[in-house]
Design a protein around this ligand. Structure first.
Ligand code: C5J
Length: 230
């Protein structure tokens, strides 16, 4: 993992709503939520829940552009993966017992056992694959702080701001932004780097973040963020 002390400290102004935000790049992390095959590809968890997974493809290209810009400036990069231990001891019964039994978490699908660590479907899509040294957080819940060491890592790296993106907007992205906001992080959410199986939830999810003076954070997009970083 790269360390905060190795990150160049420079303040940039990010165009965002409800207002522009100045961030110190060296104290900012890019957090990419759950860009896993299980959510984006046919045969995974997303599809077993009855969703049209191709709707999530829209976020891949903008995230790739942002990831490239963040890597160039040496920003701390965090990738998260939602999933469970193979023995499923960390999977709450209430979460597992939903939907058809042969399509539930832990069941065998075309990409291996659904939402289980180490299986092909649990891995991150090739276009956004983590590079050596980037942080990977395996999370059993929707929020990236719940039952993980993300908080400790961000604290040790002196991170104050998060750029949070990924899938899905109203579930794991939103939960993570809310957790981060309560922990004192300023969160910027690039809208085009997020996606949902429900376009209306995506739209409203973004509006909820920036409403009321930015009650959960700021909303921007990949173009404005890449411009600010370069
Ligand atoms: C869901 C997620 N939607 N990553 N997970 O179950 O948003």
């Amino acid at each position: 993992m790269s360390t905060a002390t190795s990150h160049a400290s420079s303040s940039v102004l990010v165009d965002a709503e409800p207002q522009p935000l100045a961030i110190d790049v060296g104290r900012t992390a890019l957090v990419i939520i759950d860009m896993q095959r299980d959510f984006l590809e046919p045969g995974g968890f997303g599809e077993t829940l009855g969703n049209k997974v191709s709707l999530l493809d829209a976020a891949v290209k903008p995230i790739a552009a942002l990831l490239e810009a963040a890597r160039k400036v040496g920003m701390l990069i965090v990738h998260t993966r939602e999933g469970h231990r193979p023995d499923m001891s960390d999977a709450p019964k209430a979460k597992v017992e939903r939907g058809e039994p042969h399509l539930r978490i832990g069941a065998k699908g075309p990409m291996g056992r659904i939402l289980i660590r180490g299986e092909a479907g649990h891995d991150i899509v090739p276009k956004l694959y983590p590079k050596d040294g980037e942080v990977i957080i395996d999370k059993p819940g929707k929020g990236a702080f719940y039952a993980t060491d993300l908080g400790a890592i961000l604290q040790h790296q002196h991170i104050e701001n998060l750029i949070v993106c990924g899938v899905t907007t109203e579930v794991c992205v939103h939960t993570t932004v809310r957790e981060a906001n309560d922990r004192g992080f300023k969160c910027i959410v690039p809208g085009d780097c997020c996606a949902s199986y429900f376009p209306e939830f995506h739209e409203v999810g973004l509006r909820m973040i920036k409403a009321q003076g930015g009650i959960f954070g700021w909303v921007s997009d990949s173009t404005r963020l890449v411009k600010a970083l370069s």
